[in-house]
Design a protein around this ligand. Structure first.
Ligand SMILES: [Zn+2]
Length: 98
């Protein structure tokens, strides 16, 4: 059966991804002035690098954002912060372009 045709997978979300993007947005605040490249390629590389360090946190989001912040303030959110900081450091010191 063709699951992607028959079911709506847009409600299947990786909560880790939302948390990484939120944290990366905070981390990159003013980063350009500190010499960090924030081009599309670098920011996407940072997000991918951070997400690969974390275990995924999938959930079905039938109720929208009701539970969206359930993982905030937990040990997992500390891991997200550490992964994002490591990603920014790694990519900004070794960008995928000149
Ligand atoms: Zn860049």
């Amino acid at each position: 059966m063709d699951l992607q045709r028959d079911y709506d997978f847009s409600v299947l979300v990786n909560e880790a991804e939302r948390m990484v993007l939120d944290e990366l947005g905070r981390e990159l605040e003013g980063a350009e002035e500190r010499g960090t490249c924030i081009c599309q390629d670098c920011v996407l590389d940072m997000a991918a690098y951070a997400l690969n360090m974390l275990k995924p946190l999938y959930r079905v989001s039938l109720l929208g954002t009701m539970y969206a912040h359930a993982a905030d303030g937990t040990a997992f959110s500390d891991q997200v912060k550490a992964a994002v900081r490591a990603a920014v450091k790694k990519i900004s010191s070794n960008p995928g372009h000149d």
